[in-house]
Write a protein that binds this ligand. Structure first.
Ligand code: ADP
Ligand code: MG
Length: 233
């Protein structure tokens, strides 16, 4: 599903250059649930943003579902992003003046789905995350866990091949974090490929494989005996 080879990325800050990714190689097969770990500043978000086509590497190759991701114009990049990728962020990134339902329906608007169908599909995903009753509520009327559920429903609405989550539980308490991970595990059980950036070991143990980043390189890549998120509650 994902294949990257010798990926490099630097940021220039004034006249200095910060080499963040120093030759990353890895691949992710369909159906995997992978966590990317590493201390703050190790390049986790940079890597996820490149995988999510929100940013571009300086060199190396990236193939997504067999398609080489390189030098795409913004229109094609946007189409690929919409078709292949769903994003979940630590800070939810919901639109504050839109209801839960309209937030979930938004990606479908960009796909040209008509309003009636958008609402039906969005409602079905809100149901999947257990928020049917909250459809008409604004984000500020929802708890953190509920907001992240809306964000997950939104990420799923366009039926992407891969979900990319950057610290999805970073702003949530432990109990709520585990509930969100339970949802993520359930979505992966259905066969969806998911990458989760986290710096929390307990969260990483709920995935099936841990990739450790340090100083711009992968220093460890190990399968996990997955712990179910709600096994101790
Ligand atoms: P992580 O997500 O692992 O905490 P990041 O990928 O966000 O790490 O950042 C890696 C390094 O790159 C950090 O030192 C960060 O300050 C720097 N960095 C990230 N984004 C930018 C940017 N747009 N411009 C300059 N430096 C950046
Ligand atoms: Mg980060």
């Amino acid at each position: 599903m994902i294949e990257i080879k010798d990926l490099h990325k630097s940021y220039s800050i004034g006249s200095n250059s910060l080499h963040v990714l120093k030759g990353i190689n890895f691949s992710v097969a369909e159906g995997e649930l992978v966590s990317i770990m590493g201390s703050s500043g190790s390049g986790k978000s940079t890597l996820l943003n490149i995988l999510g086509m929100l940013d571009e590497a300086d060199s190396g190759s990236y193939t997504l579902d067999g398609l080489p991701i390189k030098n795409l114009n913004e229109k094609i990049a946007a189409r690929y992003r919409n078709k292949f990728l769903g994003f979940i962020f630590q800070s939810f990134n919901l639109i504050s003046y839109k209801s839960a339902l309209d937030n979930v329906a938004l990606p479908l608007y960009y796909q040209g789905v008509n309003r009636k169908e958008r609402i039906d599909i969005a409602m079905s995903y809100l149901e999947k995350v257990g928020l049917t009753k909250w459809a008409s509520h604004l984000p500020n009327e929802l708890s953190g866990g509920q907001k992240q559920r809306v964000a997950i429903a939104r990420a799923l609405a366009s039926n992407p091949k891969v979900l990319l989550a950057d610290e999805p539980t970073g702003a949530l308490d432990t109990k709520t974090s585990y509930e969100v991970m339970d949802l993520i595990q359930g979505i992966n059980d259905e066969g969806r490929t998911i990458l989760v950036v986290t710096h929390e070991h307990d969260i990483a143990q709920m995935t099936k494989r841990i990739v450790n980043l340090k100083d711009g390189l992968i220093i460890d890549d190990t399968p996990v005996n997955q712990i179910r998120a709600l096994s101790n509650v």
